[in-house]
Design a protein around this ligand. Structure first.
Ligand SMILES: *Cc1c(COP(=O)(O)O)cnc(C)c1O
Length: 415
C-alpha cells in the first residue's frame, strides 16, 4: 500500500520554545506549573490525556536497542514508550510535578499506595535485603504487608530510639510515617534519617503532603504517598507514588515494568490536576481541622485529642462513650475510611483502617478501641461542628431531618 501525505489541517505553528526552569519557584507556583512546561510550545493549555496501550514500532532494531537500555538501566523512555506498561506521557507529567513538589530528582507512580510500597520492598528484596526496620503505627495495610510475610519480608518493630540498634547487614529499608496513621504520632525525621546510616529511610508523607513537610530535606531517601488521599484530593482516584533519587527510581521502574502495578493514565491526569490545588486545599482544611481539634478538646464526650504540632487536616480523638455511636450519628460528615478528600470523613480505625492489624499490635501502636480518625474537608467549620457536636452528644443533628420511615407520609414538597 502506498500512502499519499495527508493534507495539513492548518498552517504549521511557529513553535514557542519549551520553558526551562532556572530559578527556584515557590511550592504554590510549582503546584500549578510543574509537569506542564512544554504545553504552551505545543499550543496546549490543559495536559493531554494519552490512553494508548501501545505505540508504533516501525523500526524494530531501534526498539530492541531501547528495550535493552531500559532492561539494563531503568532510565525513563525518551520518546514513545513502546508499550503502556513501560511508561506513559500523562503519568510522566504527574511524576515530574510530584518530584518537584517533594524536592527529589525523580518520582515513580503506581496503581495505589500499596503497589508503591510493594515495589520499594521488592526492589530491596531483589538485592537480598529482606529485612525492614519499622516504627508503629503505620497505615493498617502497610503493617500487614510487612508483618504478614506475603513478600517474604522480615520485619523488626521498634521505636525511633531503637532504629540504629535494629539495623542488620541485610536491612534494606527503615520505614516510618509522620504524622502516623491513625494516631498522628510525630517522628523526628532528621534524627531517624541520621540513625539509618547508609540504609535508605522510607518516609510515608501521605498525611503531611509536601505542603507541610518535605522529608527529602530531612534525609529520607524514599518518600511514599498514597496519592489516593491529598494528592488526588477529591476521593475519585486510586494511586501511589514514590519520590526519590534517580538511581532508586530506575530500580522502581524496572520492578513496575515486571510486576505491572502501573498507574492508569486517567488517574495520572486526575492526579496532575489535583496537585494544582494541593497547597490551597491543605491549608484551608488544616485551618478548619485546628479549630475543630481545639473545640473537641473542650467537649465533655471527648477524652483526648491528637493533633500534630506540624498541623494538617487530620484529627484523631478518643471518645468517652461508644465510638460506633458517633460514626453512626454524623449526617454532614461521611462515615467512611480514606482521607484527603474535599469532604469530611470519619472512621473507627480499630474496626476499619487498622482492622487487619492484630489487636495486640494495634495496642502497641497506640490505637485504642475508643479512637476515631477524622479527615477534615473544605466545608464550613460551623456546619462541621454542629454535626460533630450532635453526634458526640447523642442528639440528632439539628441541620438534618431523619429520612421518613417506610410507609410514612411523604414530607410536604416546596421550598
Ligand atoms: C491509604 C494509605 C496507604 C495505602 O494507599 P492506597 O492508595 O490505599 O493503596 C499508605 N499509607 C498511608 C499513610 C495511607 O493513609
Amino acid at each position: 500500500m502506498t500512502r499519499s501525505p495527508a493534507r495539513p489541517d492548518r498552517a504549521p505553528l511557529t513553535p514557542l520554545a519549551p520553558l526551562t526552569v532556572t530559578a527556584p519557584r515557590a511550592l504554590a507556583t510549582e503546584a500549578v506549573h510543574a509537569g506542564r512546561e512544554d504545553l504552551a510550545a505545543q499550543g496546549l493549555h490543559a495536559a493531554p490525556l494519552d490512553l494508548s496501550t501501545t505505540y508504533p514500532s516501525a523500526d524494530s532494531r531501534a526498539e530492541a536497542a531501547r528495550l535493552d537500555a531500559f532492561a539494563a538501566t531503568g532510565a525513563e523512555f525518551e520518546g514513545p514508550p513502546v508499550y503502556g506498561r513501560l511508561g506513559n506521557p500523562t503519568v510522566a507529567r504527574f511524576e515530574s510535578a510530584l518530584a518537584r513538589l517533594e524536592g527529589t530528582e525523580s518520582a515513580v507512580a503506581f496503581a495505589s499506595g500499596m503497589a508503591a510500597l510493594t515495589a520499594c520492598l521488592l526492589a530491596r528484596h531483589a538485592e537480598g535485603l529482606r529485612h525492614v526496620v519499622a516504627v508503629r503505627p503505620l497505615y493498617g495495610c502497610s503493617d500487614h504487608l510487612l508483618t504478614g510475610g506475603l513478600l517474604g519480608t522480615d520485619v523488626t518493630w521498634t521505636d525511633p530510639a531503637g532504629i540504629a540498634a535494629a539495623i542488620r547487614p541485610d536491612t534494606g529499608l527503615v520505614m516510618v510515617e509522620s504524622p502516623a496513621n491513625p494516631t498522628l504520632a510525630e517522628t523526628d525525621l532528621a534524627a531517624v534519617a541520621h540513625a539509618c546510616g547508609s540504609v535508605p529511610l522510607l518516609a510515608d508523607n501521605t498525611f503531611a503532603t509536601p505542603v507541610l513537610q518535605r522529608p527529602a530535606e530531612a534525609g529520607a531517601r524514599l518518600i511514599l504517598h498514597s496519592a489516593t488521599k491529598y494528592l488526588g484530593g477529591h476521593g475519585d482516584v486510586l494511586g501511589g507514588v514514590v519520590a526519590c533519587d534517580e538511581e532508586f527510581a530506575r530500580r522502581l521502574r524496572q520492578v513496575r515494568f515486571a510486576t505491572g502495578g502501573v498507574l492508569h493514565p486517567l488517574a495520572g491526569y486526575l492526579l496532575l490536576r489535583g496537585l494544582a490545588t494541593l497547597p490551597v486545599r491543605v491549608r484551608a482544611a488544616s485551618a478548619t481541622a485546628a479549630e475543630l481539634a481545639r473545640r473537641l478538646a473542650a467537649h465533655p464526650a471527648v477524652a483526648r485529642v491528637h493533633y500534630p504540632r506540624l498541623g494538617g487536616a487530620m484529627v484523631a480523638f478518643e471518645v468517652c462513650g461508644d465510638p460506633h455511636q458517633v460514626t453512626a450519628g454524623v449526617r454532614l460528615i461521611t462515615p467512611a475510611v480514606s482521607l484527603g478528600s474535599v469532604d469530611t470523613l470519619l472512621q473507627h480505625p480499630a474496626s476499619i483502617s487498622h482492622r487487619i492489624v492484630d489487636a495486640a499490635d494495634r495496642a502497641t501502636g497506640g490505637i485504642s478501641e475508643k479512637l476515631l480518625r477524622m479527615s477534615v474537608g473544605l466545608e464550613d467549620v460551623e456546619d462541621l461542628w454542629r454535626d460533630l457536636d450532635a453526634a458526640l452528644s447523642g442528639r440528632p443533628s439539628p441541620a438534618y431531618r431523619e429520612p421518613a420511615a417506610a410507609g410514612a407520609a411523604a414530607p410536604p414538597a416546596g421550598p
